[in-house]
Design a protein around this ligand. Structure first.
Ligand code: PMP
Length: 364
């Protein structure tokens, strides 16, 4: 435990130490069942209690209204890029995508197989550093939904509020993979919220889909059973063998977040960490730079570059020596990226900031 590093990876990412320890203490014999969660029948009463508690706690955390279903699925957020149009559209239906980074772009690129998507705004020409004013968006009134990526993991662009869908159905859909449960969200504004787990809530293997119930049940004929929301909703996410272990860990994380006082408290901590790091960048007199427009900077993924870019490899190497790892930026943008999800303690950010100042003093 003393040898643990501060892990700034974008995902899979750090998990709360108390959750890891709790799972360790229950690893070989879960609460007197005589077996590990990994060995249980997904249809037994033990696992049933685990998945039901996880759902109930998530509902409390996010204040999920009764008319929304919560699904625990497989295939990652990437599978949802296809599942969403398959479940919500006919092949000729138009849909709108607002593209603020690589993930929004990937979601868009999967859609033409199943519907008629259009990019109504893209930040690509500005290297994905901003989000447009919502009233300038040219939304298609006939679109079946408007899709956004609420937090772009690679580019560090985060929606602080959300556009109002001006389409016929009024449906807004958000990929919240990398800021899920990092702050309160008004679920009722969305038709679907979905998130791969491996950043804020669990190891990889489970994807949470929160969907308004009236949107379930109109899938295209060709929809594979594993992608059909109705199948999973009717079977409480137990149509086939679910990812039992990641669901169990997500449940422990939800308990931990509730114990911390819920998402408003969690958001306060995340704001404090984010401010600390962004201030260090902004006050470095250009030694460090964050390209993202200030009003939309992500509190989860902080990309930055060095003015002297030839020092970047040295920065990453020295930081790793001091047990701060995975700071290399995504290969598509270069530079550095510090992912500071819920589980990153303030001490980790403080240590990084102290290191940045020291590194600057030595190399300015
Ligand atoms: N959306 C976002 C915002 C992501 O960060 C990622 C993964 N980095 C994905 C989608 C893809 O998720 P998965 O690997 O679970 O398919």
């Amino acid at each position: 435990e003393a040898d643990r590093v501060f892990n700034f990876a974008a995902g899979p990412a750090n998990l709360p130490l108390n959750v890891l320890k709790k799972s360790q203490s229950e690893l070989v014999n879960w609460r007197g069942s005589g077996m590990s969660v990994m060995e249980m029948s997904h249809r037994g009463k033990e696992f049933k209690s685990i998945i039901e508690k996880a759902e109930a706690d998530l509902r409390t955390l996010l204040g999920i209204p009764e008319n929304y279903a919560v699904l625990f699925l497989q295939g990652g957020a990437t599978t949802q890029f296809a599942a969403i149009p398959l479940n919500l559209c006919k092949p000729d239906d138009p849909v709108d995508y607002l593209v603020t980074g690589s993930w929004g772009d990937k979601a868009f690129k999967e859609a033409p197989k199943y519907c008629k998507p259009k990019v109504i705004w893209s930040g690509k020409s500005e290297k994905y550093t901003n989000i447009p004013a919502f009233d300038t968006l040219n939304q298609n009134p006939d679109a079946k939904y408007l899709h956004i990526c609420a937090n772009e993991t690679i580019h560090g662009v985060e929606f602080k509020d959300y556009p109002t869908p001006r389409n016929a159905t009024g449906i807004l859909i958000a990929d919240m993979s990398s800021n899920f449960c990092s702050k309160p969200v008004d679920v009722s504004k969305f038709g679907i919220i979905y998130a791969g787990a491996q950043k804020n809530i669990a190891p990889s293997g489970v994807t949470v889909v929160i969907i308004r119930k009236d949107l379930i049940g109109n899938a295209q004929e060709i929809t594979p059973v594993m992608l059909e929301y109705k199948i999973h909703a009717d079977n409480n996410s137990l149509y086939n063998t679910p990812p039992c272990w990641p669901i169990y860990i997500s449940g422990l994380v939800f308990e931990d977040l509730l114990e911390q006082g819920g998402l408003a408290e969690v958001e306060k901590k995340n704001k404090r960490k984010g401010e600390l790091l962004y201030n260090a960048i902004d006050e470095s007199k250009g030694f460090y730079r964050c390209p993202v427009e200030k009003s939309v900077r992500s509190l989860m993924n902080v990309p930055f570059t060095l003015e002297k870019s030839d020092l970047e490899a040295e920065f990453i190497k020295e930081a790793a020596k001091e047990k701060m790892v995975q700071l290399k930026g995504h290969r598509s943008v270069g530079g550095m990226r510090a992912s500071i999800y819920n589980a990153m303690p303030l001490a980790g950010v403080e240590k990084l900031v102290a290191f940045m100042k020291d590194f600057q003093a030595r190399h300015a």
